[in-house]
Design a protein around this ligand. Structure first.
Ligand code: PAN
Ligand code: ZN
Length: 175
């Protein structure tokens, strides 16, 4: 049976230069390495008001230098649109940034559910040794604005220090 509105995409290391801070380490790695894949069910056309999309993301374990593999991160194009994330497999951190520039993180582990309010930029970091999987549900007219996560990023990084994930605020990030 063909289910309409099923999509999948992948993000490779070569497409994620802007988000990792150690460009030298990034340069030495294979740009074809798959960092994460996204599957989504979009039962109505993107941009439809009142509908919902359902998706799954799998982020591979790994690091660029001492920074863990992560999603690009975004804010919704219609900024007040919220979203749910639910973790199914693995270990990670959900990095969040509101419009005032406040940055914080939530622990992701199997069964953890995360409400991402509107106007809050979001990114997921895989801090474990296995693929991190989570499901998501978001409004069909939310759209994605990827600008916010480029350059200085979300204003925080999750780095591996002595084998442990450490959440670090970047002091000079533009609020
Ligand atoms: C998710 C994300 C997915 C990939 O479905 O789009 O995890 O992350 P990036 O979009 O930042 O590459 C979601 O938040 N949808 O709104
Ligand atoms: Zn989103």
């Amino acid at each position: 049976m063909r289910v309409p509105g099923l999509r999948s995409s992948e993000k490779k290391l070569g497409q994620l230069k802007a988000v990792f801070h150690d460009k030298e380490a990034w340069q030495k790695m294979d740009p074809e390495t798959i960092v994460y894949q996204v599957w989504s069910w979009e039962p109505v056309p993107a941009g439809t008001e009142g509908g919902l999309f359902w998706g799954g993301t799998e982020i591979q374990p790994g690091c660029v230098g001492n920074e863990y593999f992560m999603t690009h991160g975004h804010r919704h194009a219609i900024v007040n649109r919220a979203e749910f994330y639910g973790t199914t497999v693995g270990q990670g951190k959900l990095v969040l940034r509101d419009e005032s520039g406040r940055v914080w993180s939530e622990e992701m582990k199997p069964g953890s559910l995360h409400y991402i309010p509107g106007r809050v930029a979001h990114r997921v970091v895989n801090t474990g040794g296995v693929p991190l999987r989570f499901v998501a549900c978001w409004p069909s007219d939310a759209g994605h604005d990827y600008e916010i996560a480029g350059g200085k990023g979300l204003g925080a990084r999750v780095l591996q220090r002595n084998g442990e994930p450490v959440f670090e605020i970047i002091p000079d990030a533009v609020a």
